[in-house]
Design a binder for this molecule. Structure first.
Ligand code: 76B
Ligand code: MG
Length: 214
C-alpha cells in the first residue's frame, strides 16, 4: 500500500541528512516540505523564533505537546545544555514511530523522551512518572482545542513555576482564540505575540510567548 507522508519525510531525512547532525535533519525536512510535500512542522521561519526563545530561556526541563515527525523536537533538543531533558507527547502512534527515527537520526535520543498518548492523560502523571517538579519551557503544538484545557491542567498539577515560559504555535492559523484570550487577559501571564507565517506558506500565523507569573 502507498506510503504515508511522514514515512516519505523520514526517507528524505535518511537520504539527505547526515546521521548525528541535527542541522542537516532540519534542512532536509524543510527542503522536503518546500519542494516535495507540505507538512505541519513549525518550519524554518517560525523555527528561528522558537530557537531564539529556547536560547533565551536555556531550559533544563522542557515539555513539548505534539511531536508530529519530531522537527521541533530536534530544533529544541539541539539547543539544550548537557543534562537538560525534553519530554515530548504524541497522540498518533504512526507519527510517534516516525519521530523516534528522526530524533535518532539527529543523534538526540539521549536528551529526548517521546511518550505516546493523550496530553490530558499524561500531564497529571508527569511528577510521579518522570520525577518532574516543574517545567522551565513548554512548547504547545498539539490539537488546537487542547491548548487551553491543558494549560489549566498544567497549572492545577503544579507543573508551572514563576517564570515558566509557554510558547504556542499556530495562534492565528489554524488559530487558538480561547487560549489567546486566556493568556492575554489573565493576571497570571505576561504574553507577547511574534508575527510570522504558516510554515512554508505566505499565510499569516504566529507564536505567542507567555511567561507564567505564579
Ligand atoms: C499529546 C497529544 C498530541 C497531539 C498531537 N500530536 N500531533 C498533533 C498535530 C497538531 N498540529 C496541528 O494540527 C497543526 C495543523 C496545522 C495546519 C493544518 C492544516 C492547515 F490548512 C493549516 C495548518 C499547522 C500546524 O503547525 C499544526 O501544528 N497533535 C494531540 C493530542 N494529544
Ligand atoms: Mg504547529
Amino acid at each position: 500500500t502507498r506510503s504515508t507522508r511522514p514515512q516519505r519525510l523520514l526517507k528524505a531525512v535518511q537520504k539527505h541528512a547526515t546521521r548525528g547532525d541535527p542541522q542537516s535533519v532540519i534542512s532536509a525536512i524543510d527542503h522536503f516540505c518546500r519542494h516535495s510535500e507540505w507538512a505541519m512542522n513549525i518550519g524554518d521561519e517560525k523555527g528561528s523564533i522558537l530557537d531564539s526563545v529556547v536560547s533565551e530561556v536555556n531550559p533544563e526541563k522542557v515539555l513539548e505537546l505534539g511531536t508530529y515527525c519530531g522537527y521541533s523536537t530536534v530544533r529544541i533538543a539541539r539547543l539544550l545544555p548537557p543534562g537538560a531533558r525534553l519530554i515530548t507527547l504524541e497522540f498518533n502512534a504512526d507519527y510517534a514511530a516516525i519521530a523516534r527515527q528522526v530524533i535518532i537520526w539527529a543523534g538526540l535520543e539521549d536528551k529526548v523522551q517521546l511518550v505516546e498518548g493523550a496530553s490530558e492523560d499524561w500531564i497529571p502523571r508527569m511528577k510521579e512518572h518522570f520525577g518532574i517538579e516543574t517545567f522551565d519551557f513548554v512548547f504547545l503544538d498539539h490539537w488546537k482545542d487542547r491548548y487551553l484545557p491543558d494549560t489549566k491542567l498544567m497549572e492545577d498539577c503544579g507543573l508551572l513555576r514563576k517564570g515558566t515560559v509557554l510558547l504556542a504555535d499556530n495562534v492565528i492559523c489554524p488559530g487558538v482564540p480561547d487560549y489567546l484570550a486566556y493568556v492575554r487577559n489573565s493576571l497570571s501571564y505576561k504574553s507577547c505575540y511574534f508575527k510570522s507565517h504558516l510554515e512554508y506558506t505566505k499565510a499569516e500565523d504566529g507564536l505567542e510567548k507567555s511567561v507564567f507569573l505564579g
